[in-house]
Design a protein around this ligand. Sequence first.
Ligand code: HEC
Length: 93
Amino acid sequence: MQVYQRYCSACHGPSGEGNGLAPAAAYYDPSPTNLALHGAAHAAGEYAWQIKEGNSNSAMPRFQGKLDEDAIWSVVLYIRHTLADEHVAEHKH
Ligand code: HEC
């Protein structure tokens, strides 16, 4: 969660909904993925890979070398469990 808030939320939004506060985030094309919505749809290994490699066709940075394995895997768990679960909870109202 600390990793997420520090490195990811500016673009992906505080709760992962793709609405980050970075002024530029609204203009990225493609825009930052709604991680809460994707949530558990992707395998953990797939997320870890995307975070390490980034996406050269978009604003998604490469975190290989910036975050260690532990940090990457904890952020993957945070996306798949906490963010996705909160999203589901919100839409139950
Ligand atoms: C500078 C803005 C920015 C930051 C910072 C950022 N991202 Fe992204 N991210 C993006 C954009 C833009 C995309 C959309 C890429 C695409 O669709 O090709 C994306 C896509 C992704 C995807 C792919 C989702 C999918 O289902 O295809 C994952 C996973 C992801 N980001 C995780 C993270 C994590 C974890 C962090 C923090 C360690 C992070 N991002 C930081 C901009 C950012």
